[in-house]
Write a new protein. Structure first.
Length: 243
């Protein structure tokens, strides 16, 4: 079923995309300037690292922003917030890690946790784009993949804060298997959704939905209000003169 995105949400999505593009562009320009210069040095290395960090977390933000205007947009908004906060913290760590020699162990754990959470939100947001599919294979695969993703995320976070667990052969093997299954699900579920499309003959085409949205904006009302108005007009009994 085609989703008609309300104007405020559409603007919010554009703002997020513009901010991400500008931030990554500025970081990329800084990285290019450093590479065109002489020796990198400590500052140059930090600029290049910042460029990579901004690019990675910008991608996570964009993935989460795909849920804006959809039924699960609250999850997407939370993912955007987590990714932005995590990215800011990681960039701050890149530039000021030398000032935290005594707390570096704790800081590195926080960085790892933030990065894993941002990656998990990004992947989950992309998978949740298929949440409205009705095919049993797609829904079951989606649920299993999301559950495994949650388990893997918890295990990674637990390992960051309990480093000794990595010495456990059982834990390492279990985490490896679960991670592989998550990667498999992230590929198989979208492919299944393409091979097994929902049979929805009564749904609106993208062109029709766009026309409704444009007309609603022209009239200064919501698309839902426009549809209600048109349906009401079509069901109003005609006058004797019109018969």
């Amino acid at each position: 079923m085609t989703t008609i995105t309300p104007a405020p949400v559409s603007r919010l999505r554009r703002i997020v995309v513009v901010v991400v593009i500008v931030a990554f562009t500025l970081a990329a320009i800084g990285g290019i300037i450093v590479l065109l210069g002489g020796e990198l040095g400590e500052t140059g290395s930090r600029i290049l690292t910042t460029t990579s960090v901004v690019g990675a977390f910008s991608l996570a933000v964009l993935c989460c922003a795909t849920l804006l205007g959809r039924p699960l947009q609250a999850f997407g908004v939370l993912g955007v917030a987590v990714s932005v906060i995590a990215g800011i913290f990681v960039v701050w760590t890149v530039w000021f890690q030398d000032s935290l020699p005594d707390a570096w162990d704790t800081v590195s754990r926080i960085v790892g946790t933030a990065s894993v959470l941002a990656a998990a939100f990004a992947l989950a947001s992309l998978l949740l784009l298929l949440a409205d599919r009705h095919r049993a294979a797609v829904r079951i695969g989606l649920i299993l993949t999301l559950v495994l993703l949650a388990v893997a995320t918890v295990m990674f976070v637990f390992a960051f804060w309990n480093g000794d667990i990595w010495s456990s052969d059982v834990f390492s093997r279990a985490l490896g298997i679960i991670s592989i299954l998550v990667a498999l699900g992230a590929i198989v579920v979208p492919v299944l959704s393409l091979l097994l499309p929902d049979a929805r003959p009564g749904s609106l085409s993208h062109a029709a939905a766009s026309r409704l949205e444009s007309e609603a904006h022209r009239r200064g009302i919501t698309p839902d209000a426009l549809v209600a108005e048109l349906l009401a007009a079509s069901t109003t009994p005609s006058s004797p003169e019109d018969r």
